[in-house]
Design a protein around this ligand. Structure first.
Ligand SMILES: *Cc1c(COP(=O)(O)O)cnc(C)c1O
Length: 388
């Protein structure tokens, strides 16, 4: 047990949700979001946490985190619209997509978000018309082979290029307020951040030495890991090297982070039911009403592994296959899972499905995406029945 929050819905709650709403369901517990936020804030006491909406762009999550005092990391116009609709003050937001259309910049500016991220000259020059309104962060890339998703290939300038880009920005009259990086998602060790932080500290010193305006902000990105099926460090221990590296920075540097997965992954539980079954090659195949093209899309896109169990418990279990509902052969959730003999209509529950699941689900083959049911906010309601 690592002290981090484990989500558990008792079977009574599961039963009554299914009676009320049917299946498939994604049950979002805002209490878990709150606990995750507080655990990360405790582990990184002087860091402003900007929730990156990408893994679970849901209004209830935004409202819950806003009430906790969080800030928000936006990357697209849809995310801008979502935080605006929830009433997030624009000063609490930054727009961190390294590559934007002019219309994206204008959209964020109309909302009042004035901090943007760039990582190359072409992007920097897009801000010439807005130079009196904006402050930019320069995204620096640090390779990380040791993560689920290494983002350093797609985005970020090399640390050696930073001074030249910052000088160019200065010549164009564009303010660079600081540096940012993203070490990659579901990072295994806090050391990756520590190395990036000290390299950024060197760049900030170089900038000061060059007589350029002092960089006041360091954005250490997201990537904080959660416990799927493999063990990860408890968050306070994971963050120890990060805290140490941050201690060395000048006190005037404002440090922010962009956690996504960590805040939401444990907050959602999937409930699916068995639509039908067949014996094939000595195994029972159970066909669920949710699958790879739906909530389990994270198995493909995110390479995450979720804990999946049957609500019905028995000492007699058999190697079984759990498949999704579509007619496509890749739509298999697990090809070897120990399950009791199940009847059609029996329920299968999977945990840790808050990050990169619902948001990447499709309605391929006309199997509609699972409804998201919100608990732990003011009331329980079906989010699909309220208009956005
Ligand atoms: C996706 C993303 C995040 C969130 O990453 P997690 O690994 O989910 O914490 C933060 N910042 C940026 C720029 C991102 O693209």
């Amino acid at each position: 047990m690592n002290g981090d929050v484990a989500n558990s819905l008792d079977s009574n709650t599961i039963g009554s949700l299914v009676t009320q709403f049917g299946t498939p369901l994604m049950v979002l517990d805002c209490d878990v979001v709150r606990q995750q936020y507080r655990a990360l804030q405790d582990a990184l006491p002087n860091v402003e946490l900007h929730y990156a909406l990408k893994p679970l762009p849901h209004p209830a999550v935004v409202r819950t985190l806003l009430a906790e005092g969080a800030y928000f990391d936006l990357a697209t116009n849809g995310e801008v619209d979502l935080v605006q609709s929830v009433g997030v003050p624009s000063e609490r937001t930054i727009q961190t997509h390294p590559i934007k259309r002019d219309s994206d910049i204008q959209h964020a500016l109309r909302y009042g978000c004035t901090v943007f991220v760039v990582d190359n000259v072409n992007e920097l020059e897009k801000f010439i018309p807005y130079r009196d309104q904006v402050e930019l962060l320069l995204r620096v890339s640090f390779p990380n082979a040791d993560v689920l998703a290494d983002l350093s290939k797609k985005f970020g300038c090399k640390p050696e290029q930073a001074l030249e880009l910052i000088t160019h920005a200065f010549d164009l009259g564009i303010r660079i307020k600081g540096l940012s990086f993203h070490v990659g998602s579901q990072t295994r060790s806090g050391d990756k951040y520590a190395i990036a932080i000290s390299r950024c500290n060197e760049i900030m010193q170089q900038v000061t030495d060059a007589g350029l305006p002092v960089l006041s902000t360091l954005d250490i990105g997201g990537g904080f890991p959660v416990q799927y099926t493999a063990d990860v460090l408890p968050i306070s221990i994971f963050c120890e090297p990060i805290r140490q590296a941050l201690n060395v920075l000048p006190e005037t540097v404002r440090v922010i982070a962009e956690p996504g997965r960590y805040l939401v992954a444990p907050s959602v539980t999937n409930i699916a039911s068995v639509m039908g079954q067949a014996e094939r090659n000595g195994q029972t195949w159970y066909y669920l009403d949710d699958g790879i093209y739906g909530s389990f899309s994270g198995l493909m896109f995110d390479e995450a592994k979720y804990e999946t169990k049957s609500v019905k418990q028995s000492n007699e279990v058999y190697s079984s296959v759990l498949a999704g509902p579509t007619c496509d052969s890749i739509d298999v959730i697990s090809d070897n899972i120990m399950l009791p003999k199940l009847n059609n209509g029996d329920l299968i529950v999977s945990t840790m499905m808050g990050a990169y699941c619902s948001c990447t689900a499709t309605d391929f083959n006309f199997f509609k995406k699972a409804d998201v049911i919100v608990m732990g906010e003011e009331t329980v309601f079906d989010s699909n029945s309220i208009s956005a």
